[in-house]
Design a protein around this ligand. Structure first.
Ligand SMILES: [Zn+2]
Length: 218
């Protein structure tokens, strides 16, 4: 066989655990012709979701489950890709909408989690991870508008004034208390959102995936 690293010829170099090993004559690396990756058991997929939703970061999960950090990331990506927000079939309810501030890699790179909850059931309706622009907020607002809301409560940001019609839009001090409390719960339950710690998000996609696990796989 040829070396996996430098493509030069290899010589046979003993058998380990029933598999023929090779050694490159040029770069002197030991290697196998084929590697079989051990499959991660389904049980660890389930535990990854549970631990992610209970305030464990990727390194925590890797240590507890004895798998590599990249395996944890892969599990989170795979599970999140197959999850969708549950369909909501309700009409005439009241909703609160808010943005939770966080950052990706460094504090100059700001990121927001924009989301909306039902005021009564506290159920999450929709969320979006990205910058706090009119287009991004409009995505969450449009989901709410499909449900023919009775009222939408928000903070004083002028973006909402342009998106939500005046007769259903409510803005007054402390009218978003329920969602502000939900923000705190989220910061307790998702490690990368917690404050006064050194945990932070290194990729916006992973933040979206982790939030997806939190809201959709519970
Ligand atoms: Zn080589």
């Amino acid at each position: 066989m040829n070396c996996n690293y430098c493509r030069n010829a290899c010589v046979k170099s003993g058998i380990r655990k029933g598999v023929q090993r090779y050694r490159c004559k040029f770069c002197k690396k030991y290697q196998q012709a084929n590697y079989v990756k051990p499959r991660i058991p389904q049980e660890k997929y389930e535990w990854t979701i549970k631990l992610n939703n209970e305030g464990c970061g990727i390194s925590n999960i890797a240590r507890l489950l004895k798998i590599s950090k990249s395996s944890v990331q892969r599990i989170i990506e795979r599970v999140a890709a197959n999850l969708q927000m549950p369909q909501v079939n309700e009409r005439g309810q009241s909703y609160e909408i808010d943005e939770l501030h966080t950052f990706c890699t460094n504090k100059k790179n700001e990121l927001w989690l924009i989301y909306a909850i039902n005021r009564k059931s506290k159920r999450i309706i929709d969320f979006f991870v990205g910058r706090r622009t009119k287009e991004n907020i409009a995505k969450v607002v449009s989901t709410l508008q499909k449900l023919q809301p009775k009222h939408i409560y928000s903070d004083k940001s002028n973006i909402y004034e342009n998106l939500i019609s005046k007769n259903i839009h409510k803005i007054y001090p402390r009218c978003t208390n329920y969602i502000e409390r939900a923000n705190l719960t989220l910061r307790m339950h998702i490690k990368r959102l917690s404050r006064k710690t050194i945990c932070f998000t290194k990729s916006a996609i992973m933040l979206k995936n982790c939030v997806q696990l939190y809201y959709c796989a519970a």
